[in-house]
Design a protein around this ligand. Sequence first.
Ligand code: GRF
Length: 210
Amino acid sequence: MKSLAVFASGGGSNFKAIHHSIISGKILGKIALLLSNNPNCGAVQFAEETGIANAIFNNSRYPEKKNRDDAILEILQDIEPDLIILAGYMKKIPDSVVHHFKSRIINIHPALLPKFGGKGFFGMKVHQAVIEAGEDRSGATVHFVNEEYDKGPIIAQENVIIDPQDSAESLAEKVLKIEHELYPQVIKAYCEDRIIWKNNQPKIEEAIEN
Ligand code: GRF
């Protein structure tokens, strides 16, 4: 069984969807730790309620960035998770962590990368930009994390259709709904060693039905 570490800063709906897929037996994994910068967020509250170990790394606990980054790397090295899952984490992952866990960190982004990604494209700003650009579709992207925001190799994407009457808020709702399906699917594939690399691009292999 794979060991998973999750980073989250917000409501934690993706974290909850992943947890649900684990307890229902869909994903063969165990969440070893939830890491957050925000002790009051929904994700931390859910971890407390469900007995998932959690740890907070923020300015007030670690005023020095170097100490904070070192502490994050240290706790992750103690667990050595098979996969690190970013689920709405609003801070940059330290480069030392990205290097140590190369090709073992994934993120979900609420748009069809490479469009509408990079620094500044987070939360509702992404959906506002998509609506303002007059796109007729958006979606969610799961990708490996490298040192640059939203630039790592794409593993999977799922589309949603944008209707003329959609607002940034209604689009966000549509996208979040598909995130809750797409992210567990990718994590399930990872836990079953079904993410393979071909020509430096990751790809999900279909599960073999018994
Ligand atoms: C999601 O839209 C995700 O794509 C983005 O942050 C949001 C997190 O939502 N990276 P939640 O905290 O999982 O509800």
